[in-house]
Ligand binder design. Sequence first.
Ligand code: NAD
Length: 500
Amino acid sequence: MKSIGHWVAGKPLEGGSGRCGPVYNPATGEQQAEVAFASAEEVDQAVKAASAAAADWSESSLSQRAKVLFSFRELVNARLGEIAGIIVDEHGKVYSDALGEVQRGLEVVEFACGIPHLLKGEYSDQVSRGVDVFSYRQPLGVVAGITPFNFPAMVPMWMYPVAIACGNTFVLKPSERDPSASQLVAELWAEAGLPDGVFNVVNGDKVAVDAILDHPAIDAVSFVGSTPIARHVYSKATATGKRVQALGGAKNHALVLPDADLDFAADHVSAAAFGSAGERCMAVSAAVAVGGAADDFVGALVERAEAVRVGPGRDEASEMGPLVTREAKERVTGYINRAQGAGAVVARDGRSLVVTGYEGGFFVGPTVVDRVTPDMEVYRDEIFGPVLSVLRASNVDEAIRLVNSNPYGNGTAIFTSSGEAARRFHREVNVGMIGINVPIPVPMAYYSFGGWKDSLFGERRIHGPEGVGFYTRSKVVTSRWPEPRGGLAGGASLQFPTSS
Ligand code: NAD
């Protein structure tokens, strides 16, 4: 069986801890590889390689960094299909979706190619007579990224292109469920001319994560994953003095107002709920039908759910693939069972779906659960599967209150033809990323990505300008070059300096 190790100091490193985990093909349900779980000593080896490379890389010129990033961009672009294929085989999502994920990640690489521009400082001439002030940013040193299974290429690409372009060295701990994309990425960095040790990959579980969080030579940690682990990462890593951005889970609401184009809304809400089998942090998992829209809207959603072609990700006809593991499938169907038990109406049931020829796959069909109330577990928890809950609100006020009472604040959307309602909605919701007639409002790479409340711990969001801020520290220099006085002292005052 294929065995997946680590990547340290510019080359593969076989796992030596004796611990490993299974990697499945979710479409067939079969194990296809095993991935090594790094020990704390192996994490230390990667951090040592990153530390050793940091001095040189932080001194590299902006044009050298931009050159390596441009080469990396070309190599990823040339291998898009291959990376997407790896994702399909380990994650389960359909090929076109995997391709889209790599393309969105590549946009962050392209953003980071502009690092000479992004790191331009500020300069104030003559703040006082003969005194100038300027500020600029320097890299932190060694930074780490810990990433989830659902975007095995894109989410790491939210981090390392920016971190490396800023002059840091990087240790990535990808999800143990789909680790292979990161191995190929490491090879591409080497081919692009990145010096050994600037980009390292350690695979593993909690042992590797905790070794990263405790490691004294790591200066900052970027985390993306579920809220309980984000909270753990944030508290443990900040306690050891690291800078941390920890992005957590989500429960994204889509409000559908009676004045919306119902067909348009149903198309987009169902695509956002069932795309990637609902395993997206920006998936819509709660539709809120406002006013009289509910019954017609549920009917339209059921129609669309029934039409989704579910099958293996490699089959071009498939629109939605399986869930990532058997446990994920059991967890998701458990939520549907309990929702039904709690009085919700399963208007479209994906639990018994069997895909011919792929009977062992981890498939759950698109599911619409109607008459969900805010107290139900199916609404309170992030399910991370193709399950769309429909709630009803009598007016926009009630719908906004519902969004704001939820502990998560990642994304939300409104479907309406009223500019006034849309403006009120985006101003009043306590959510970080908002769509107006756009269901998955993932910001472009040159903006920053991140939610509010339990969806983000830490001050800075990821990629875009805040990503550059996260991976650098600024300095302000106040400078004076006095005329030579021929050795005469004097002219300084004990008074606190003011400008004149
Ligand atoms: P997860 O939290 O289980 O795992 C994320 C990372 O943490 C993995 O690398 C994993 O190995 C590690 N980890 C898991 N358990 C740990 C533990 N007990 N101690 C230390 N480390 C641990 O998340 P997942 O299931 O891989 O991904 C899905 C979750 O990620 C969902 O909650 C989703 O909303 C979230 N997510 C959020 C965003 C965002 O931008 N906010 C983006 C993508 C995914």
